[in-house]
Design a protein around this ligand. Structure first.
Ligand code: RP5
Length: 172
């Protein structure tokens, strides 16, 4: 893989199981990325140093996962005009609702594109980052369109398997 185009940040290594979905989505489309742990609360200076240097190092968008009182995506967005895609993590007793509300309710002026809570959100964050790159990369756009076609075919196959089960169960 070449120089990273996407930065994936997370508040703790305990977020990795969720955030690896974003990494896998990027890898599927051969988009180089880097991944690090940095916290809005526990390491504010490390967070700031990474974010302010990101654009000059060739990073095009940032994917940010955090749980609990999740300020990381907003803090990151405050320090850069790169697109920030957030993933609320279900790491507390509130099952990610806390992180979702903390992340999604950004005051006007500093946007954060917030995905769903947990693994689906992390996967979509990766795919959304690929889509951002595909705006100016026709080959990448075509690969994404092909992936959508395969997805649609898989749905049709699932439906066909369902018909077989219905027949096996004597319901058809
Ligand atoms: C957040 O607190 C992290 O993003 C993580 O989801 C949560 C718990 O962190 P650890 O206590 O596991 O380090 O900042």
């Amino acid at each position: 893989m070449g120089k990273p185009l996407i930065g994936i940040l997370m508040g703790s290594d305990s977020d990795y199981e969720v955030m690896r979905e974003a990494a896998q989505a990027l890898q599927e489309f051969d988009v180089p990325f880097e991944m690090l742990v940095t916290s809005a609360h526990r390491s504010p200076q490390r967070t700031s140093e990474y974010v302010v240097s990101a654009r000059a190092r060739g990073i095009r968008a940032l994917i940010v996962g955090a749980g609990a009182a999740a300020h990381l995506a907003g803090v990151v967005a405050a320090e850069t005009t790169l697109p920030v895609i957030a993933v609320p993590i279900d790491s507390t007793a509130l099952k990610g609702l806390d992180a979702l509300l903390a992340t999604v309710q950004m005051p006007g002026g500093i946007p954060v594109a917030t995905m769903a809570i947990g693994k689906a959100g992390a996967k979509n964050a990766g795919l959304f980052a690929v889509q951002l790159l595909a705006v100016t990369d026709q080959a990448l756009a075509e690969r994404m369109a092909k992936a959508r076609t395969l997805m649609a075919e898989a749905v049709a196959e699932k439906s066909e398997r369902l018909q077989q089960r219905l027949r096996a169960d004597g319901l058809l």
